[in-house]
Design a protein around this ligand. Structure first.
Ligand code: BEZ
Ligand code: FE
Length: 288
């Protein structure tokens, strides 16, 4: 293996992978090498550009810590996360569409009773959210876990606020016998993904804005059903058609309707105007 050239170098590297024991790893590594080499050939990468790419990826790594995942952000903003999501969640017709997980989920969010306020003391517009968890045929799924996380009224996740000691605007509920769940929160707002790192530099170089349309994240699970990770988006948001992470699906958009002060659907008497939103989720059976 000497005197390798532009035209036979790829084959030489691929030949080296022939001894890879794990068949799936071999398939992935071979495809990666082929596409990487083809990419370099196609754009005729200069040495300066190659070094710039290495330094960019190094900066992406340096930006990561236990609260910040710049590689996921890179994957999200290049549409890779949504492609992986689409390939891995080919759920049957009738089940709720999935979307990007994002970097702000936290395990161990507090458990709440239905009707609780998951955003107690958080600035924002009070919102009553209710819905049902059903199977693909519309039959109620009782005891499903509804795991919720969202930004505060100013567009920040709790993990982004260094001064906070406890989680906020996140929690876990359980559906009742009719598959229903309901809670109070604050109306989500559109917000920029973190853009003070190399991914932000990349977005600016591409002339792109960093915004996501307002949404609430949901993760739904119940024994015998496939987990669903998704969002519910606020109808009318100005970024629905330009989400920086390509995550919007029309079936996930719902109205958040403003009401004057008065009695809310769960009987709470509101002294201020508030919003009401409703969304039903449909789970697919395992192995469907
Ligand atoms: C989010 O919606 O939380 C999110 C998703 C992808 C990148 C950044 C944030
Ligand atoms: Fe989000």
């Amino acid at each position: 293996m000497r005197n390798l050239t532009e035209s036979n170098l790829t084959e030489a590297v691929l030949a080296k992978l022939a001894t890879t024991e794990d068949a799936r790893f071999r398939q992935i590594a071979e495809s990666l090498v082929r596409h990487l080499h083809e990419f370099v050939r196609e754009v005729e990468l200069t040495e300066d550009e190659w070094l710039k790419a290495i330094l960019f990826l190094t900066a992406v790594g340096h930006k990561c810590d236990d609260k910040r995942q710049e590689f996921i952000l890179l994957s999200d903003t290049l549409g890779v996360s949504m492609l992986v999501d689409a390939i891995n969640h080919r759920y049957p017709e009738g089940s709720t569409e999935t979307t990007v997980f994002g970097p702000f989920y936290q395990t161990g969010a507090p458990e709440f009773e239905n009707g609780a306020n998951i955003a107690e003391g958080v600035a924002g517009k009070p919102t009553y959210f209710s819905g049902r968890v059903l199977d693909e045929k519309g039959v109620a799924v009782a005891g499903a876990i509804v795991d919720i996380w969202a930004v505060d009224g100013e567009g920040w996740y709790d993990v982004q606020l260094a001064h906070l000691e406890a989680m906020q605007v996140r929690g876990r509920l359980k559906t009742d016998d009719l598959g229903r769940f309901w809670f109070w929160t604050v109306k989500p707002v559109s917000y920029p993904v973190p853009s003070d790192g190399p991914v932000g530099d990349m977005l600016r170089a591409m002339g792109r804005h960093p915004y996501r349309p307002a949404h609430i994240h949901f993760m739904l699970s119940a024994p015998g059903y496939r987990n669903i990770i998704t969002h519910v988006f606020v109808a009318g948001d100005g970024y629905l058609d330009s989400d920086v992470v390509f995550g919007v699906k029309s079936s996930l958009v719902t109205e958040f309707t403003e009401h004057a002060a008065g009695r809310a659907p769960d009987g709470t008497v509101m002294q201020t105007p508030y919003f009401v939103a409703e969304y039903d989720f449909h789970l697919a059976r395992e192995n469907s």
